[in-house]
Design a protein around this ligand. Structure first.
Ligand SMILES: *Cc1c(COP(=O)(O)O)cnc(C)c1O
Length: 243
């Protein structure tokens, strides 16, 4: 066993403490919303976090990790301990990079165009698999933000549902930054409404199982509004140091 520096030891201890707190908060929010801890997926957003720290979180029971950047995912890939954890892609994805991650992730949360869906499907088929995806919704209709705007979602889903090689498992959203919790809740509630509306419509390659929304500052609110997956980064790992 390599000798850990004091700094790293402290970091791991902090992650352990944070992990317990987040677990507890998720449980409480789940119960408040009439569900249980088991109904909510806790995914850790691991951008900028070194694999030693990520693996420590996995050893505590963390079962889902998500990366945002293809290069970073590839550089860390051999160091993750994925025996008991699932690796997903949560960031903006360019079609020409799909090939590099298709055999490494279990879910791509950020599909927002037919072009990207087609490339994911094409690469999935080359690997003899069906890729699970979420559709990213730009719920705040923000310019320069990824995701399909709500009014175009039905049309996009219709086209994507026809594509062989992918399976739509749900929706993902990153709402605008809001000063007040009540403001962000409006976006979470809108997402939940859209999620429920689509669930009511039957479609072959679509099953609305996952509603992925809520991050460090607002994951409890997101759960109260109906999220069943939260993506938490800095509350678990501490403030990010970009490299
Ligand atoms: C970084 C990131 C998160 C987590 O953000 P925090 O505020 O650090 O919890 C969640 N989702 C996506 C897509 C991210 O890039």
């Amino acid at each position: 066993m390599e000798k850990l520096s004091d700094e790293l030891k402290q970091k791991l201890a902090a992650v352990e403490e944070n992990y317990k707190i987040i677990e507890e908060n998720i449980s409480k929010a789940a119960e408040k919303s009439g569900r249980t801890r088991g109904d909510i997926t806790f995914l850790a957003a691991t951008k900028t976090v070194e694999p030693t720290v990520i693996n420590h979180a996995i050893s505590l029971g963390l079962s889902y990790i998500g990366e945002n950047r293809v290069q970073e995912l590839l550089s860390k890939y051999d160091s993750y301990d994925l025996t008991h954890a699932d690796l997903q892609f949560i960031g903006h994805l360019q079609s020409n990079k799909v090939r590099q991650i298709i055999d490494k992730v279990s879910l791509i949360q950020s599909v927002d165009s037919v072009k990207l869906a087609n490339e994911v499907a094409r690469q999935a088929k080359l690997h003899g698999k069906t890729m699970d995806i979420l559709i990213e919704v730009n719920v705040g209709r923000e310019e320069n933000k990824s995701g399909v705007v709500p009014e175009k979602l039905d049309e996009l889903l219709g086209e994507i549902a026809e594509i062989d090689g992918i399976f739509v498992k749900g929706l993902m959203a990153i709402p605008p930054i809001c000063d007040k919790k009540s403001e962000i809740c409006k976006y979470f509630e809108l997402m939940h409404k859209i999620f429920i509306d689509i669930s009511g419509k039957k479609s072959d390659n679509v099953s609305m199982d996952i509603l992925s929304m809520g991050m460090s500052d607002d994951y409890e609110e997101a759960i109260l509004c109906g999220a069943n997956m939260v993506r938490v980064g800095s509350s678990l790992f501490g403030k990010r140091n970009y490299f």
